[in-house]
Design a protein around this ligand. Structure first.
Ligand code: PLP
Length: 441
C-alpha cells in the first residue's frame, strides 16, 4: 500500500470552497474547461458559471447559496422540476434493490411498454444511455436495413456528438467551441461525414436511392426554437417514401414534452425510427430508439446490426423514467403549456414595453428568444439574431435577478411543471427590468 505523503487526500464535496469562482479554479485543474459538456462553460455569454449545489422543483442553489429560478432544467431532462418526490422515491426504491445487473429487468419491459403504448406506430424500442447513442444507433440500424450509406440531416439540428452527425450541428457546437466547417469538430475525419448531406431546415430535399435515412428535429430546439413550416414534415415523409429512405424523428427534446405521444403524434406523421432521451430517464442517463417490429428485427441478437451497452436499460433510469411518465397526463401537459404561454407572453410584453426588438417563439411547452425583428426559419436566419450579440446581456441581467436561462443563445427555455405562477411572475418582472436596461446600454 502506498502511504507516502504525496498521495493527495480525496477532497470531499463537504469541503467544497464556497464561491463559484473558487470552484471554477478548482474544476479547471482536473476537468477540461471545468465542464463535462461545453455549453456549461459560459463561453458564449462570458463570466463565471455558477456551480449547482442542489435543486428542488423550479429552483437550483449554487455553492454560494444563491437561489435561481431554473429554466435550464438539465436541458429539458427534468420536466417535473428537480428532485420531484415521486421520482426520488422511485430511484431510492430501486437503489436498495441494486443499480445494474447485466440482465433484463422488469423496469425495462415496463418502460418499453409504456413508451410504445403512447406512440402510435412505435412497436419496439431499445434503451440506451444517451440521446447521442440513440441517434448513432438509429443511423446504424437504418444503414443496415437499407444497405445504403448516405444520411441527410438539417443545418442547425443537433443530434448528439457521434462523428457522422457532427456537421452543422447547432447548439453547443455552434458556439465557437468548434468551427463552422464540415466536419464540425477536430478529430472527426472527413470520411466520417463524407456520407452526411446537410440541408437547410424547412426545405424538403430532393432525394435519390443512395439515401438510407433523413434525420430531423421535428421542432428544432438547438438553434433557438425554430418550428417546422406547414408541409415540411409531411414533405419529408413523402420524399422518403418515394425513394425508400427511412425517416428518423429525433425526439430527444420533443418526445413526451409536446404532448402524450410527442411530435409524431402531435403532427400525425409516423416516422420509421423515433429517437428519445431526456424526459424518459427522469434526470438519469438514458436514451432510446423505437421502430416497427419488422425494422427492429435487423438488430442484434435477431439480426446483423450490432448495438449494445453495459448500462443500457439501467434500472435506476427506468424507475425514474416510469415515475415521470406516470405524472405526464393530458392535464399535466395542459399545465406545462400554460406555464410556457405565460412565460412567452410575459417576455414579449417586457421586450415590447422597453422597445426591444425581439421575437419569442413558443411551441407547446418550449420557449425561445430571438433578438431582432425576424422570426427565424432556419439556421442562417437564427444566426443573424445570435450575431446581434444581445443575448449575453439579457442572460446576465436575468441571472443577476436570480433567473437562470441557458448560457447560450442557441438554446431554448424549459419551464417545468414545478414552476408556479409566482415563479413565472417573478421571472417576467425581472425581464421587464432587464429589457429596459438593454435599451439604456
Ligand atoms: N438530439 C437532440 C435533439 C438533442 O437536443 C440532444 C441533446 O441535447 C441529443 C440528441 C443528444 O442527447 P445527449 O446529450 O443525451 O447525448
Amino acid at each position: 500500500m502506498n502511504t507516502s505523503a504525496n498521495v493527495s487526500n480525496p477532497t470531499s464535496i463537504t469541503s467544497v470552497t464556497s464561491t463559484n469562482a473558487a470552484m471554477q479554479q478548482r474544476a479547471a485543474l482536473r476537468i477540461p474547461g471545468a465542464v463535462n459538456s461545453p455549453v456549461r462553460a459560459f463561453r458564449s455569454v462570458g463570466g463565471t458559471p455558477y456551480f449547482v449545489e442542489r435543486g428542488q422543483g423550479a429552483y437550483v442553489w449554487d455553492v454560494e447559496g444563491n437561489r435561481y429560478i431554473d429554466y435550464v432544467q438539465s436541458y429539458g431532462a427534468s420536466i417535473l422540476g428537480h428532485a420531484n418526490p415521486r421520482v426520488v422515491e422511485a430511484i431510492q426504491g430501486q437503489a436498495t434493490k441494486g443499480t445494474t445487473f447485466g440482465a433484463t429487468t422488469p423496469g425495462e419491459v415496463a418502460l418499453a411498454e409504456e413508451i410504445c403504448s403512447r406512440v402510435p406506430g412505435a412497436e419496439q424500442i431499445r434503451l440506451v444511455s444517451s440521446g447521442t447513442e440513440a441517434t448513432m444507433s438509429a443511423i446504424r440500424l437504418a444503414r443496415g436495413a437499407t444497405g445504403r450509406s448516405r444520411i441527410v440531416k438539417f443545418e442547425g439540428n443537433y443530434h448528439g456528438h457521434s462523428d457522422a452527425l457532427l456537421a452543422a450541428a447547432g447548439s453547443g457546437v455552434a458556439e465557437g467551441v468548434v468551427t463552422d466547417s464540415h466536419p464540425d469538430s477536430a478529430g472527426v475525419p472527413g470520411a466520417a461525414v463524407a456520407d452526411t448531406i446537410v440541408m437547410p431546415y424547412n426545405v424538403v430535399p430532393h432525394l435519390d436511392d443512395s439515401v438510407a435515412l433523413v434525420i430531423v428535429e421535428p421542432v428544432a430546439a438547438n438553434m433557438g426554437l425554430v418550428t417546422p413550416e406547414p408541409g415540411f414534415l409531411e414533405g419529408l415523409r413523402a420524399e422518403c417514401d418515394r425513394v425508400g429512405a427511412l425517416l428518423v424523428f429525433d425526439e430527444v427534446i420533443t418526445g413526451f414534452r409536446i404532448g402524450v405521444g410527442g411530435a409524431s403524434q402531435f403532427f400525425g406523421i409516423t416516422p420509421d425510427i423515433w429517437c428519445y432521451g431526456k424526459v424518459i430517464g427522469g434526470g438519469l442517463p438514458v436514451g432510446a430508439f423505437a421502430a416497427s417490429t419488422e425494422l427492429m428485427k435487423n438488430l442484434a441478437p435477431l439480426g446483423p446490426v450490432y448495438q449494445a451497452g453495459t448500462l443500457s436499460g439501467n434500472p435506476l433510469a427506468t424507475a425514474a423514467g416510469l415515475a415521470v411518465l406516470a405524472e405526464l397526463t393530458s392535464d399535466a401537459y395542459g399545465q406545462l403549456v400554460n406555464n410556457a404561454m405565460r412565460l412567452a407572453d410575459g417576455l414579449r410584453d417586457a421586450f415590447d414595453s422597453a422597445g426591444v426588438s425581439a421575437v419569442v417563439p413558443r411551441f407547446g411547452p418550449l420557449v425561445g428568444v430571438f433578438f431582432g425583428s425576424r422570426t427565424p426559419v432556419d439556421y442562417a436566419s437564427a444566426g443573424e439574431s445570435v450575431a446581434l450579440g444581445i443575448y449575453p446581456r439579457f442572460f446576465h441581467g436575468m441571472l443577476e435577478r436570480s433567473v437562470a436561462f441557458a448560457p447560450g443563445p442557441w438554446e431554448v427555455f424549459f419551464p417545468s411543471l414545478a414552476h408556479s405562477s409566482e415563479d413565472l411572475e417573478a421571472t417576467i418582472e425581472a425581464a421587464f427590468e432587464v429589457a429596459r436596461g438593454l435599451v439604456d446600454d
